[in-house]
Design a protein around this ligand. Structure first.
Ligand code: AMP
Ligand code: GLY
Length: 424
C-alpha cells in the first residue's frame, strides 16, 4: 500500500513511524514532514491548503491511503475533497470536524446528546459577555469559538482576568475565531486525554494519556501545545473509562450520525475528572500532540490496519493491542516557546538514541547538510517505554541529557502526578 501522511509535527512523525512498521506499507510520503520523517519516508513540499494540489500529487504517485494528522486540514475539509476524488482517507469530514472547529457546535451537541460538560453561555458581543462574567464571578473560563492554535482559552482565576480575556476576544486578538465567545463554568479536577477511533458508527477506545499544557515545571506559565505526555493516565480507572465511553463518547458519536454528519477518524476528548464524575472539556478531531507519540510507542497491533479499518468503516469487533508498559514523552522546545521561539539553532546528539524502548520523534526540525537544526517551537519528543511511568520517565530524561542543544529547554517534571502515585 502507498500512504501519504499529512502534517509536520511530532504526532505525524510518530504516525508515520508506526505506519512504516507495517508489512503492508510499500511506500510512505509525508507532506511536508520534518527532519525526522526524512530518515525513512519521502518528505513532500506541497501547500496542504491547496486540496487539488494534494489530490494531484496523490494521483501522480498512486497513493492508496491519505492519513490526516493535524486539525487545520481536517477543519478545512481536506478529508471530504480527498474522498470525493475517490481516495481512501483517515480523518473526519468538514462537518464532523466542527467538533474541534467550533466550541459552540460541541456545546450544542452535548446539550442534544445529554453529554456532561461545563455549564456555559455563548456570546457574539462584548457587553452581554461582560455582564455574564460579572454575574457568574471567578474562577471562570473564556474561550474564543474557533481554532486559535491552543491559545484561545483563558482560565481566569479573578474577575479582572476574565474581563480582560473577554475584551481581548472581541478586540480581535484571535482574529475571526474570537468573534464568538463561549464562557464556561470552571471545572475542578484532574484532566485526562481520552482517544477513541470511530468509523461513524462503532467506537474503539484507545488507552488514556495525560499531557502537560503549561510551559514551566509545576504546571505553571502560559499554555502551550503540550510539553510532555504519558500513557496510561492513572486517574482513568477502568470504571471511569467505561463512563467516558458510555456517557460522553458513545452518545456524541450516535448524535453525530443522527445529524447526518457521522464522525470518522480519531476523537480526542479532553476530560475533567470532577467529584461528580467525568465531564467533557473539549473535543479534538485528531490525535493529541504529544499524546500520539506515547500511544504509538505502546501500540503492538499494525497501525496501518488500525487506521485503514477506521477509514473503511470496519471497526466492528476490532480491538487494537497495546503493550502493558507505560510510555512517557518529554518535549524539547526552543527557548522563547510558546511566545517567540527562535529558529535555526543546531542540535547535536539526537541521532542514534533510538532503540526498542526509546524513540526520539522530531516535531520542528530540518536537516541541512549533515546538521540537524531547530525549525520551530516544539522541536523534539524524547519518548520512552518503561514498566512504570517512573521508569519511562528516567529513561526519557537520560536520553534528553545526551542531547546537546544550548538553545533548547524542556520541563523536568513530566509525569509527576503518575510518579507521585507510583511512589505511593
Ligand atoms: P481547551 O483548549 O478547551 O482544551 O482548554 C485549554 C485548557 O484550559 C484545558 O486543557 C484545561 O486545562 C483548561 N480548561 C478549559 N475549560 C475548562 C473548564 N471549563 N474548567 C477548568 N479548566 C478548563
Ligand atoms: N496535546 C494537546 C493537543 O494536542 O491539543
Amino acid at each position: 500500500m502507498r500512504i501519504l501522511v499529512i502534517g509536520s509535527g511530532g504526532r505525524e512523525h510518530a504516525l508515520a513511524w508506526a505506519i512504516a512498521r507495517s508489512e503492508r506499507c510499500d511506500k510512505l510520503f509525508v507532506m511536508p514532514g520534518n527532519g525526522g520523517t526524512a530518515a525513512f519516508a519521502e518528505n513532500v513540499i506541497c501547500d496542504i491548503t491547496d486540496h487539488q494540489a494534494v489530490i494531484d500529487f496523490a494521483r501522480r504517485k498512486a497513493v492508496d491511503f491519505v492519513v490526516i494528522g493535524p486539525d487545520a486540514p481536517a477543519v478545512a475539509g481536506l478529508g471530504d475533497d480527498v474522498r470525493a476524488a475517490g481516495l481512501l482517507c483517515f480523518g473526519p469530514s468538514r462537518a464532523a470536524a466542527q467538533l474541534e472547529g467550533s466550541k459552540a457546535f460541541t456545546k450544542a451537541l452535548c446539550d442534544e446528546a445529554g453529554v456532561p460538560t461545563a455549564a456555559y453561555g455563548r456570546f457574539e458581543a462584548e457587553v452581554p459577555a461582560l455582564a455574564f462574567v460579572r454575574e457568574r464571578g471567578a474562577p471562570i473560563v473564556i474561550k474564543a469559538d474557533g481554532l486559535a492554535a491552543g491559545k484561545g482559552v483563558t482560565v481566569a482565576m479573578t474577575l479582572a482576568e476574565a474581563e480582560d480575556a473577554v475584551r481581548d476576544c472581541f478586540s480581535g486578538a484571535f482574529g475571526a475565531s474570537g468573534s464568538r465567545v463561549v464562557i464556561e463554568e470552571y471545572l475542578e479536577g484532574e484532566e485526562a486525554s481520552i482517544f477513541a477511533l470511530s468509523d461513524g458508527e462503532n467506537v474503539v477506545m484507545l488507552p488514556s494519556a495525560q499531557d502537560h499544557k503549561r510551559v514551566w515545571d509545576g504546571d505553571r506559565g502560559p499554555n502551550t501545545g503540550g510539553m510532555g505526555a504519558y500513557s496510561p493516565a492513572p486517574v482513568m480507572t477502568p470504571e471511569l473509562t467505561a463512563r467516558v465511553e458510555n456517557e460522553i463518547i458513545g452518545p456524541s458519536i450516535r448524535r453525530m450520525a443522527e445529524r447526518g454528519t457521522p464522525f470518522t477518524g480519531v476523537l480526542y476528548a479532553g476530560i475533567m475528572v470532577t467529584s461528580s464524575g467525568p465531564k467533557l472539556i473539549e473535543y479534538n478531531v485528531r490525535f493529541g500532540d504529544p499524546e500520539c507519540q506515547v500511544l504509538m510507542l505502546r501500540l503492538k497491533s499494525d497501525a496501518l490496519e488500525m487506521l485503514e479499518r477506521t477509514a473503511r468503516g470496519q471497526l466492528a469487533g476490532y480491538r487494537p493491542e497495546f503493550g502493558d508498559d507505560a510510555a512517557l514523552t518529554v518535549v524539547l522546545a526552543t527557548r522563547g516557546y510558546p511566545v517567540d521561539p527562535g529558529r535555526g539553532s543546531e542540535i547535536v546528539g539526537a541521532d542514534g538514541l533510538d532503540g526498542p524502548d526509546l524513540m526520539v520523534f522530531h516535531a520542528g526540525t530540518m536537516r541541512v547538510g549533515g546538521r540537524l537544526l531547530a525549525n520551530g517551537g516544539r522541536v523534539l519528543n524524547v519518548t520512552a517505554l518503561g514498566a512504570t511511568v517512573t521508569e519511562a520517565q528516567a529513561r526519557a530524561y537520560a536520553a534528553v541529557d545526551r542531547i546537546d542543544w544550548p538553545e533548547g529547554f524542556c520541563r523536568r517534571d513530566i509525569g509527576w502526578r503518575a510518579v507521585e502515585r507510583e511512589r505511593g
